[in-house]
Write a protein that binds this ligand. Sequence first.
Ligand SMILES: *Cc1c(COP(=O)(O)O)cnc(C)c1O
Length: 371
Amino acid sequence: MARPTVAEISLSALRHNCRTLQSLLPAGASIFGVVKANGYGHGAVPVAKTLFEAGASMLGVASVEEGIELREAAVSGPALVLGDVDADMAAEAQAHRLSAVLFRADQIELFARVGEAAGRPFPVHIKVDTGMGRIGFFPEEMGAVIDRLCAEKAIAVEGFMTHLSSADGFESADRDFTRSQLRRFETAAGAVRAAFGEAVAVHALNSAGLLAYREFAFDMARPGIALYGSLPAEGLGADLGLQPVMRLVSRIVSLKKMPSGHPVSYGRLFSRPEPRDIAVVPVGYADGYPRRLTNAAWMGVLGHRAPVAGRVCMDMTMLDVTGIPGVRIGSEVVIMGEGGPTADALAALAGTIPYELLTQVGRRIPRRPVA
Ligand SMILES: *Cc1c(COP(=O)(O)O)cnc(C)c1O
């Protein structure tokens, strides 16, 4: 028998979020669902299937390996590898009908060689760095890139993209910077379309961009975090009714009356002058429950908030359940999600962001998709 700690994945919440985000976009623009890092920790395959059913036009993965995982699970819709596709993996990408981001000049020769060998042009999305300072050609390099690709019949330019660095910022400097990124992108997109036609899919917006700059949706928007029901920044999209997709639950495996003054957990950071009911939950930092939550977070127990008592351990965490009526061994505990703290709230308590919290949910926690 497995431990009772499970991540329930609400596919209906995911569908709802996808449709909600789609409804914000202008006509003609579609959702490119980002499912990298195992679908932000939710399980890439059920997430990918659900997003395509909900109308997504393309999915994004981080690596060829992540793309192959989808293909082996019979997810056959359009998918783009957002990270580097190197010489070892390019033929695999082509064989599995994965598109690649083109962001270095030396990739042109590699992709063309693979396209020629396969007898089918290698599909790429050209990436331009308009201010992110990560991967992509600078706008000034685009003319030369376009010229080289025009002469290259074994590469199919299928898309054109950029990535925003500051769309989640509320300062006027963030807004000015984001608008300047989007304007530079729009100019470069004009040249790409002139060279390769109107069928090139143009896309720039992450979740924050979609929520705050949707007039720049172009052909697709690329939300990740918002699909999973978390907000890219506090207050950004709070009125949309996005639903958390993951619910992390467990059960109490020990329940003891600690005598007055009896310490709890490593370092004796929790003790009370009066006797307390202390429950043990089988989740710890090895499951991605941050040790920073020591004496800081709470879990939902029978509709009540039970504070974390003492240090979070590797595989266990203690809760003070004193005064919760009916609590017993086997009672359900909501670590995160409906009935407990949201991923956003828990991330704030741990001094991080929901992205990190969700992607760190450990391998030994089974993902259980629910309708
Ligand atoms: C991860 C990623 C996204 C999604 O970002 P969110 O902030 O989760 O919406 C979009 N585009 C690219 C290129 C990414 O790497």
